[in-house]
Design a protein around this ligand. Structure first.
Ligand code: DGT
Ligand code: MG
Ligand code: MG
Ligand code: MG
Ligand code: MG
Length: 271
C-alpha cells in the first residue's frame, strides 16, 4: 500500500501489550443491568432464562476464541481466563477487551429470542457489556480470583434470596425488608429463610448459589502438551492443538471453586 503524507498520524497510536507469561482474566459486566433486568421483567432474585442466556453467549465466545481455557459467570458478569502462553492479538489489551465485549454482546443479542421468545428486544434498551483485563502471575491468584467472584455470588444471592422472599412471600415492603436484613450475618439470613418460610438455602438451585464454570475439556495428554512454551512448538504442532481446542467439549459446571477439589485436576484445562 502506497504511503500518503498523512501516514505519520499512525505513530500516535499507542498499544498496551499485556505482560508476557501471565494469566489474563477478561471480565465482562452488563451495562446498567439493574434497569435492563427490570425493563424485561427478569424474575427476582434469579431468572433462569437470563442466566442460561449468559452461559450460552459465553460458550459461543469460547468456541470462537480457542485461547480461552475456562470461564466463570454469575449475575450479569462473565470472566474468561487465557493461559499464560496465550499470544492472541499479540496480547494487545485494547484488541482483546474490545473483541471479547463485542463478541459476547453480539451472541447475547443473537441468542436472546431463544431465551425470551415472548419479549423481543427494544432498540432503545439493548444489552451491552463493558470489559477489563487483569493479569495474574500464578495459578494461586487465578484460583483466588475465581474464589472472589464465587464468594461475591454467594453473598449477593443469599441477601437477594432473603430480601425477595420477605417481599414476595412475607408481604414486607422493600423498605421494611431492607431494614429487617440490616446488620444480619449469613447465619441470621439462613435462619430467616428456614424459620419463617421453611426454606433450606442449601436446597436452592445450585446455579444460583455457585454461579457457572465453563471449562474446555481437552483431555489429560493434550493438556500436558498445551503447557509447553509456545515458542518451542512447531507450527504444525500448534495448529493441531488449536484444532483440538476448537473441537473440545465445553463443560458447564455448578461447583464449589473455593475448596481444593476443583483445582486438583486444574492442569486438564488451564496451563
Ligand atoms: P453497571 O454494571 O455499573 O453498569 O450497573 P448494573 O446495574 O449492571 O449493576 P451491577 O452489574 O452491579 O449489578 C447487576 C444488576 O443486574 C443487579 O441490579 C441485579 C441485576 N440482575 C442480574 N441478574 C439478574 C436476575 O437473574 N434477575 C434479576 N431480577 N436481576 C438480575
Ligand atoms: Mg452490570
Ligand atoms: Mg457496577
Ligand atoms: Mg454485575
Ligand atoms: Mg482491521
Amino acid at each position: 500500500m502506497a504511503k500518503s503524507r498523512f501516514e505519520y498520524v499512525r505513530t500516535y497510536e499507542q498499544d498496551t501489550m499485556l505482560l508476557p507469561n501471565t494469566y489474563i482474566v477478561i471480565r465482562l459486566d452488563g451495562r446498567g443491568f439493574h434497569r435492563f433486568s427490570a425493563s424485561y421483567g427478569f424474575e427476582k432474585p434469579n431468572d433462569k432464562r437470563a442466566l442460561g442466556l449468559m452461559n450460552a453467549a459465553a460458550k459461543q465466545v469460547m468456541k470462537q476464541l480457542p485461547d480461552v481455557a475456562g470461564a466463570y459467570g454469575q449475575s450479569d458478569e462473565y470472566s474468561f481466563v487465557l493461559s499464560r502462553q496465550c499470544r492472541l492479538f499479540d496480547r494487545r489489551e485494547a484488541k482483546l477487551v474490545s473483541t471479547f465485549a463485542s463478541t459476547f454482546t453480539a451472541q447475547y443479542q443473537f441468542l436472546w429470542p431463544e431465551y425470551f421468545p415472548a419479549t423481543p428486544l427494544d432498540r432503545n434498551m439493548l444489552p451491552s457489556f463493558d470489559a477489563r483485563a487483569v493479569l495474574y502471575p500464578s495459578l494461586r491468584e487465578v484460583r483466588d480470583y475465581f474464589s472472589w467472584r464465587q464468594a461475591d455470588c454467594h453473598i449477593n444471592n443469599l441477601y437477594n434470596t432473603c430480601f425477595w422472599t420477605l417481599v414476595l412471600r412475607g408481604g414486607l415492603s422493600e423498605h421494611d425488608a431492607e431494614q429487617a436484613l440490616m446488620g444480619t450475618n449469613s447465619g441470621d439470613k439462613n435462619e430467616v429463610l428456614f424459620s419463617r418460610f421453611g426454606i433450606n438455602y442449601n436446597n436452592e438451585d445450585i446455579m444460583f448459589r455457585k454461579g457457572t464454570v465453563l471449562i474446555r475439556d481437552v483431555g489429560a495428554d493434550t493438556a500436558a502438551d498445551l503447557g509447553e512454551p509456545q515458542q518451542d512448538k512447531s507450527k504444525r504442532q500448534a495448529e493441531r492443538e488449536e484444532k483440538k481446542k476448537r473441537k473440545a467439549e465445553i463443560a458447564e459446571l455448578h461447583v464449589d471453586v473455593i475448596g481444593d477439589e476443583f483445582w486438583t485436576d486444574a492442569g486438564r484445562w488451564i496451563s
